[in-house]
Design a protein. Structure first.
Length: 283
């Protein structure tokens, strides 16, 4: 599943292609891919794209409808969701679930050709929601999200850790604790922090939490710089693969020697997820 660095990269590569354009039409090719807001589809016509940003693993497109107010397109890519902007001549493929036709706005620097935003999703787990301001503000999922890992201070992070129980990897995966980290980056963060994924949160010191905070930020920033990790399906909005998978220390490397000490990396299941760690480097 695309995690924080991948979704951030998608937003950064979508924004130059979409900002300032207006939505001229929308086509729903797979009903379940539009999880909410079907009644709002007519209001998309003429809506101007005001901003694109990321929160947790969500792509958020803010729209200014022709008749005022605000609307939001929210995409959760899940396992195989992708967002691409294509020229008007491109036809939907068998995995295209939603199509948004984009027109030019006054002053927008473009090639004059119509464009289309495609939401492709081979496994159909991803979704789009169309939401009004008031609905967005009361969306339970949105309100349950923890702070952004790159915006959370060390003091806040340590304090939040002190309030929790269970295993440390399960805590990093909990989107109500910090939002956006998944299985790949949890393994990589814990390796660099020298903490075993099955370690009990209660048994960790404030110093260890501080190191964990530092490595969380370092790993996520590095991954964003490398445009994310392409392990299977992930591509950015230009169709390019990420490169951070070339820097993995543990994820996907079970049974191989640790790059730091040479010990054989072990695989287990923590919080229901396949987990790889070094039994020597991570205590």
């Amino acid at each position: 599943m695309p995690e924080l660095p991948e979704v951030e990269t998608v937003v950064r590569t979508l924004a130059p292609q979409m900002l300032g354009r207006r939505i001229e039409a929308a086509r729903v090719l797979h009903e379940k891919s539009l999880a909410a807001g079907k009644a709002l589809l007519p209001r998309l016509r003429g809506a101007r794209i005001e901003s694109l940003h990321r929160r947790a693993k969500l792509v958020i497109i803010e729209l200014r409808p022709a008749h005022g107010g605000r609307l939001f397109l929210l995409f959760h890519l899940k396992m195989t969701g992708r967002l691409f902007v294509h020229g008007e001549q491109i036809e939907p493929c068998k995995h295209t679930r939603l199509v948004f036709v984009l027109g030019d706005d006054a002053g927008h620097d473009s090639d004059g050709k119509g464009r289309q935003l495609f939401f492709d999703d081979a496994r159909k787990f991803g979704y789009c929601r169309i939401m009004r301001d008031k609905d967005f503000a009361h969306w339970d999922f949105w309100n349950s999200l923890g702070p952004e890992p790159l915006m959370c201070s060390c003091e806040e992070f340590v304090a939040r850790c002190r309030e929790r129980r269970g295993k440390i990897k399960a805590l990093l995966l909990d989107q109500t604790f910090v939002a956006g980290i998944g299985n790949i980056y949890a393994d990589e963060i814990l390796f660099r922090a020298g903490i075993a994924p099955q370690h009990a949160v209660l048994c960790l010191s404030s110093a260890q939490f501080g190191v964990l905070w530092e490595q969380m930020r370092e790993v996520l920033r590095e991954a964003i710089e490398h445009c994310g990790s392409s392990v299977r399906d992930y591509r950015d909005a230009h169709g390019n693969a990420g490169a951070f998978q070339n820097s993995f220390r543990v994820y996907g490397h079970a049974g191989r020697p640790c790059r730091a000490c040479g010990s054989i990396l072990e695989k287990s299941v923590v919080a229901g997820r396949g987990t790889v760690h070094c039994p020597n480097c991570q205590k």
